[in-house]
Design a protein around this ligand. Sequence first.
Ligand SMILES: *[C@@H]1O[C@H](CO)[C@@H](O)[C@H](O)[C@H]1NC(C)=O
Ligand SMILES: *[C@@H]1O[C@H](CO)[C@@H](O)[C@H](O)[C@H]1NC(C)=O
Ligand SMILES: *[C@@H]1O[C@H](CO)[C@@H](O)[C@H](O)[C@H]1NC(C)=O
Ligand SMILES: *[C@@H]1O[C@H](CO)[C@@H](O)[C@H](O)[C@H]1NC(C)=O
Ligand SMILES: *[C@@H]1O[C@H](CO)[C@@H](O)[C@H](O)[C@H]1NC(C)=O
Ligand SMILES: *[C@@H]1O[C@H](CO)[C@@H](O)[C@H](O)[C@H]1NC(C)=O
Ligand SMILES: *[C@@H]1O[C@H](CO)[C@@H](O)[C@H](O)[C@H]1NC(C)=O
Ligand SMILES: *[C@@H]1O[C@H](CO)[C@@H](O)[C@H](O)[C@H]1NC(C)=O
Ligand SMILES: *[C@@H]1O[C@H](CO)[C@@H](O)[C@H](O)[C@H]1NC(C)=O
Ligand SMILES: *[C@@H]1O[C@H](CO)[C@@H](O)[C@H](O)[C@H]1NC(C)=O
Ligand SMILES: *[C@@H]1O[C@H](CO)[C@@H](O)[C@H](O)[C@H]1NC(C)=O
Length: 779
Amino acid sequence: MKKLDFVHGKAKKHSTSFNTSTISMSFLQPFCLLLLCFSLKYCCCTDTFTSNQFIRNNETIASNGNSFKLGFFSPVNTTNLYVGIYYNVPLITAVWVANREKPINDSSGLFAIAEDGNLVVLNGQKQIMWSTNISDYRGNSSAQLLDTGNLVLRDNSSGRILWQSFEHPSDSFVQKMKLGTQIGTDEKYVMTSWKSPTDPSIGSFSAGVGPLNIPQVFVWNGSYPHWRSGPWNGQIFIGIPNMETVYNNGFNFVDDKEGSAYLTFTYANESTITYFSLNSGGTLVQKYWNDGKQDWQVTWSAPRNDCDLYGKCGLFGSCHLSGSPICTCLKGFEPKNLEEWNRGNWTSGCVRTMNLQCDRNNTEDKEDGFLKLTNMKLPDFGVWSNAPEGECGSQCFHNCSCIAYAYYTGIGCMHWTHGLIDIQKFSGHTGATLYLRVAYTELDKKKSMKVFIVITVILGSTAIAICAYFFWMRIRRKRGTKQQSERYLMKEGDAYPKYSNEGLPGDKGQEVAVKRLSRSSGQGLEEFMNEVVVISKLQHRNLVRILGCCVEKEEKMLVYEYMPNGSLDTFLFDQQEKVHLDWSKRINIIEGIGRGLLYLHRDSRLKIIHRDLKASNILLDEELNPKISDFGMARIFGGNQDQANTRRVVGTYGYMAPEYAMGGRFSEKSDVFSFGVLLLEIAWKLWNEQKVLELMDPRICDPSFKTEIWRYVNVGLLCVQDFAQDRPTVSTVLSMLSSEIADLPTPKQPAFTERLPSAETSQNTRSVNNVTVTIVEGR
Ligand SMILES: *[C@@H]1O[C@H](CO)[C@@H](O)[C@H](O)[C@H]1NC(C)=O
Ligand SMILES: *[C@@H]1O[C@H](CO)[C@@H](O)[C@H](O)[C@H]1NC(C)=O
Ligand SMILES: *[C@@H]1O[C@H](CO)[C@@H](O)[C@H](O)[C@H]1NC(C)=O
Ligand SMILES: *[C@@H]1O[C@H](CO)[C@@H](O)[C@H](O)[C@H]1NC(C)=O
Ligand SMILES: *[C@@H]1O[C@H](CO)[C@@H](O)[C@H](O)[C@H]1NC(C)=O
Ligand SMILES: *[C@@H]1O[C@H](CO)[C@@H](O)[C@H](O)[C@H]1NC(C)=O
Ligand SMILES: *[C@@H]1O[C@H](CO)[C@@H](O)[C@H](O)[C@H]1NC(C)=O
Ligand SMILES: *[C@@H]1O[C@H](CO)[C@@H](O)[C@H](O)[C@H]1NC(C)=O
Ligand SMILES: *[C@@H]1O[C@H](CO)[C@@H](O)[C@H](O)[C@H]1NC(C)=O
Ligand SMILES: *[C@@H]1O[C@H](CO)[C@@H](O)[C@H](O)[C@H]1NC(C)=O
Ligand SMILES: *[C@@H]1O[C@H](CO)[C@@H](O)[C@H](O)[C@H]1NC(C)=O
């Protein structure tokens, strides 16, 4: 049989001459009476079909712009036939299914408009398998597949829309579709999952916009919440980490305040083929058609981990993915059932350790206060209040039924009155600040005051001491004293000793790290001081702060803030330590380094090329946040300069870009190269070591995990391409890592730099550069 492929306007290769062939049917069944009066025609060459036309198996109609098709399809591994709408791409993936519950088991099915004007799916016996079910309509209607993927049934005479597939979603949410409630119809538009990847009938999960107050997207398992996006702030859902970078792509929440409220999305580039679907396991995924690979790729999904599961830690419990265990009670609360809690059954949640003054009726007591919790996923059931920012807290304070509040730009003031559920503590700078009401005794006002005073005293006296020291040095120099101050010197290679406070005059116990520069670095004093001054002005959470420096004749030393976890190389290359670096921490480290580098290259007032980025120059703080250190070789670029040459190549072989190592040319792109090597060291080794995979929490190791590592390795390979102009900039790298740029280019042959023993390489060769870069075929 001929394969028909109807395309609006131009009937492509398979142009056909069917247009008036009539079929006769056996009208034995009563249902068929509906169709009695019609002589049916093939529906040809159009996006519209009317009452005397139909589609049968192996025929499709295409939308006007050719974006979507409608026709019969079979899910993978089955022979059941369903009528569906799908993107016009080689891999059929239905975004809407008509006869979900009743498949057709042979190829004699029809999709047509019945006599009563309804769209119907009929099987070979002409039984109705599905109908649009408009009951109060008698007339002539026609159906059109719009280029948005919406199938619309209209009354022919008035043009009134009788029914549209966008108002009856299956498991997919495509651009311009609406998710929410529509005025007048009282109908909720929710996505419903398939039962299984091979069975489109309605499964147990659904997704949609939650009960309106503050809009949130939910995935429900039956009637229980399974996942929650957190509140909508007008641009993003603030409970989805990194949504800023992934999705500032045209989500819109429309609330006309008259009962009609819905979520839609439109990509800036409308030719991007992307949509959301709710899979049969309850995961909401964003898919994107990769034209190069001719396959769908998942660019985002939720829930991704245990903490994303709704109410994982119960009432007043907070989930922190990198915590161990992941659930903790909020401050001022204790497990309701300690035994179950310790067993890892957190669902019963936490209860207050100390009653609030509100609940005690004792006016003698000190008043309750609020604890500030930062970077939180705000709990569910927030109630919006019209209080301005300044009054949000006091309004909550003066109402005993208010147990927490938050103010978020774009949303306003939110109060919570009942149990707090589904709270997460995020790593990094996402999330919101939540103020939690606790009894006076839980507030450590005195303690924090004490700490504040101690810190002020320490910082003040250190500053004075350092100033005094320089002043003293200056006087000494003037006098021309030849005295050596050996006591400040340390063994070379002792880059970050744990305690070095005995050397610093006037120290008050602050831990610092001291780095000694080589005598032969050849940098002039003025140049060195200039650099120290410039770099001390830089402030970024991913750059280590320089607290001061010491110069004595040829000796130069730098005083840094102390980093308790030492440098990244000890973590990466030490068998015992690397166990602590699970994937989420590695991601945090990579992103942190990237942001620090972006700041150096673009966002600070100066343009700085680091020139010696490597694992041993990345320090880690208590929470394993990375900080770039050692600006000894950094170069500051002037206004429009973007490349410079040097005859003295310093750095570490293996991390050095070829054009720099061989030609002495350095630029942002040579730093990108080093960053790429680092990225490969962090990601690739993890990928390569099956052992580490075993050590990972199996719950974290979801299917997207491999894809994600792969993505990081791919970006790493892009950074180490031979030619500087092929390498992405740091900002592009960050976008690629965060999936904002979904379609990664294929890396060209990576650079290979032979390791030469040279007197000119940096004195510090502590880091191990045993990464092997191999081109791997995409899977
Ligand atoms: C539909 O197409 C498939 C292969 O494309 C073919 O095997 C089958 O016989 C066709 N059925 C009809 C009814 O045309
Ligand atoms: C389809 O069948 C193949 C081979 O049996 C199997 O590998 C694959 O997982 C199946 N796909 C689905 C979605 O069930
Ligand atoms: C197909 O389904 C019809 C009823 O829906 C049934 O009578 C028929 O036996 C089925 N055929 C097969 C091959 O399963
Ligand atoms: C149409 O109505 C029939 C009977 O009222 C019902 O069984 C069927 O599920 C309905 N179909 C749809 C698609 O709503
Ligand atoms: C539907 O169209 C047919 C032919 O154009 C016409 O005869 C019939 O009266 C129409 N029916 C209604 C209810 O308008
Ligand atoms: C309904 O409208 C369509 C397009 O506007 C037209 O092609 C079709 O003939 C009309 N059908 C009837 C029965 O009037
Ligand atoms: C969904 O709910 C059912 C019944 O409540 C439960 O058995 C199942 O484990 C849940 N699924 C998930 C993924 O939570
Ligand atoms: C939009 O996306 C298409 C396909 O992904 C691409 O070819 C085109 O260049 C993009 N247009 C813009 C303006 O980015
Ligand atoms: C978790 O604890 C609750 C009570 O605290 C209990 O009802 C439930 O059965 C426990 N669940 C499991 C899986 O042990
Ligand atoms: C506090 O006082 C109110 C009325 O004065 C009373 O109804 C309530 O039970 C008291 N609460 C406690 C905890 O004593
Ligand atoms: C306290 O807050 C609750 C819930 O927001 C509200 O119903 C009640 O009217 C408030 N009471 C006062 C005195 O404002």
